[in-house]
Design a protein around this ligand. Sequence first.
Ligand SMILES: *[C@@H]1O[C@H](CO)[C@@H](O)[C@H](O)[C@H]1NC(C)=O
Ligand SMILES: *[C@@H]1O[C@H](CO)[C@@H](O)[C@H](O)[C@H]1NC(C)=O
Length: 145
Amino acid sequence: MRPAWALLGLCCLIWRVTGGPSGDFCSQIHNSGVKPGFPKTIKTNDPGVLRAARHTVERFNNCSNDIFLFKESHVNSAMVQIVKGLKYMLDLEIGRTMCKKTRHPSLDKCDFQTNHTLKQTFGCYSEVWVIPWLHEIDVPVLHCH
Ligand SMILES: *[C@@H]1O[C@H](CO)[C@@H](O)[C@H](O)[C@H]1NC(C)=O
Ligand SMILES: *[C@@H]1O[C@H](CO)[C@@H](O)[C@H](O)[C@H]1NC(C)=O
């Protein structure tokens, strides 16, 4: 959990430096009680968080060479930030399922591996960007270890 939050801090710092309108950004925060664009902690069972977690594993599965699909097993913590839509920042765990990738089954029907040789879990940090009015969902950041 520590490394992910350290990373999160770093990412927000970078975002502020590179993406934020530097001077205005600070005065905006100072003047407004709403604090637009500030990341805030959100419940890990929030429907938006669960959808973001699912998008994270879909991206992971698209990028992995594993013959089995992975599925989200636990969301440790989540933050959300308003940036042209919603940007979720997740610290989650994913695990290998018994579903083979080639069969393209729905992840809901996939159970986690029970075979000790095949069992595998990863801790991941992901950023999932949802722009509802464009029906766009992107996973610009995904680190698993
Ligand atoms: C994964 O790949 C499938 C098929 O190529 C695509 O439909 C889907 O949008 C991709 N998902 C993500 C999260 O990249
Ligand atoms: C677990 O998986 C390994 C590798 O596929 C296989 O050789 C082994 O027989 C499996 N064990 C059980 C108990 O199914």
